[in-house]
Write a protein that binds this ligand. Structure first.
Ligand code: GLN
Length: 455
């Protein structure tokens, strides 16, 4: 049924980079066989899933949305894809994304834009825009994404679905093509909070293959999603994001946000306003740290190891082939980030830019820490606006970067946050997301509050 749905709507939505019905059906038959043989599989056995094309998969190509990896077939599965395969989920295909997960609209993909199923002239968010669109368009019940600065929560918000950024280190980065290693976090997309929790649980937990993986029990996310009880919970409204004097937010976003806070209060939560002054410096700090790590991570695309190789005709040096390949293989946003990051890390500037940004990062973590002494979770709108028109911000990187204003602090501090749908904006009838932020390893609180909002 999902393959049929994909065939019917893909010409409009373009959520997928790779769909392979034969491989999918072979996987489904294998799961049937395992069940018939009496193997105990998890609650999602047999459920189809779409993976963001930044997770390696042995039986499907992996491009990271880049020409430089066109046609690359990884020799191994990412931990996320491997664990879900073992749990009996069936892969429908690989979804579109901004090249190397850099962007907020999926317009930076080397393979064309993905369209928002709510309004085909608008963006589905990014960078995991293929995964959000696929779930919103009922092409897949579940999908995976990665969130480095908001790339799960923002696309979830603008397509009206649930998207969760787990605690950093709670989900494995092994086999995830790296963008900014200290921020990259795999997480789930689903149409309900409980579905997201089931998927979260299925791929989470310690992984010796990822040196930053946390060796702790997975938070009890499924239980929390089933309960959805917020009576007595202390919920902090972030003053700087959607609080009293919020500027730059779409009125319809603020209206739904404030109504949802009132709803939580009526369900017995205690609402307080909390100030997190350093959050307003998160965006500039992120745009030094993330490009710095990207410039270092993307050095591996040297024309020798993977994918594309340009100009290797026996007359050119390795350096020339590398330069030609990178010039043709990377798109403009990726080049912008590599140049920014290389500059920020260069001798003489390192302390002024990268060093300074790392200090800001500490201040943001301290704001969270202070806030979580007062409250159990923090809430804000997930994004300042609803889905914007395709092309509107494509030539304006600063406007594009603003889409992640509210989501980035969580990445810098490494804690957990979810986006859940909280209604439609009056101006345009498009979905609005509520962001719920919890402490490190407090992922269950995101699901608890999310489930209350959903009901
Ligand atoms: N939009 C942000 C960026 O362009 C975040 C991306 C992400 O989370 N992968 O870097």
């Amino acid at each position: 049924a999902h393959l049929d749905r994909i065939a019917a709507v893909e010409p409009q939505v373009n959520a997928f980079l790779h769909v392979d019905a034969e491989t999918t059906l072979a996987q489904a038959r294998e799961v049937d066989g395992r069940l018939a043989a009496g193997e105990k599989l998890g609650p999602l056995a047999g459920v189809p899933i779409a993976h963001k094309d930044v997770f390696t998969t042995v039986d499907m190509p992996t491009t990271a949305g880049s020409k430089i990896l066109e046609g690359w077939r990884p020799p191994y599965d990412a931990t996320v894809t491997r664990r879900l395969r073992e749990a009996g989920l069936v892969i429908l295909g690989k979804t579109n994304l901004d090249e190397f997960a850099m962007g907020s609209s999926t317009e930076n993909s080397a393979y064309g834009v993905t369209r928002n199923p709510w309004d085909l002239s608008r963006i589905p968010g990014g960078s995991s825009g293929g995964s959000s669109a696929a779930v919103a368009a009922y092409e897949a019940p579940l999908s995976t994404g990665t969130d480095t600065g908001g790339s799960i929560r923002q696309p979830a918000a603008v397509t009206g679905i649930v998207g969760m950024k787990p605690t950093y280190g709670g989900s494995s980065r092994y086999g995830l093509i790296a963008f900014a290693s200290s921020l990259d976090t795999p997480g789930p997309f689903a149409r309900t909070v409980l579905d997201a929790a089931l998927l979260h649980e299925a791929f989470s937990g310690h992984d010796p293959m990822d040196s930053t993986s946390i060796d702790a029990a997975v938070p009890r996310v499924v239980e929390a999603a089933r309960e959805g009880d917020v009576a007595g919970l202390r919920i902090g409204v972030v003053k700087e994001f959607g609080g009293e004097n919020a500027e730059g937010y779409q009125p319809g976003v603020l209206a739904r946000f404030r109504e949802t806070v009132e709803l939580l209060e009526s369900l017995g939560a205690k609402i307080v306003e909390v100030s997190c002054p350093s959050f307003t410096t998160a965006l500039p700090a992120y745009y030094l740290i993330a490009p710095s790590e990207c410039s270092s991570n993307l050095a591996r695309f040297d024309a020798m190891r993977y994918g594309l190789r340009v100009g290797d005709d026996g007359t050119r040096s390795a350096e020339e082939v590398m330069a030609l390949t990178r010039a043709q293989g990377f798109g403009p946003e990726v080049k912008r980030r590599i140049i920014l990051g290389t500059y920020a890390l260069s001798s003489g500037y390192y302390d002024a830019y990268y060093g300074q940004a790392q200090k800001v990062r500490t201040l943001i973590a301290r704001d969270f820490e202070a806030a979580f002494h007062q409250v159990d979770v923090l809430v804000s709108p997930t994004t300042p606006t609803t889905a914007f028109p395709i092309g509107e911000r494509a030539d304006d990187p600063m406007a594009m970067y603003l889409a992640d204003l509210c989501t980035i602090p969580t990445n810098l501090a490494g804690n957990a946050a979810i986006s859940v749908p909280c209604g439609l904006a009056d101006e345009d009838g498009l979905p609005v997301g509520l962001q719920i932020m919890a402490p490190v390893l407090g992922d269950d609180r995101c699901y608890r509050v999310g489930a209350a909002v959903e009901r």
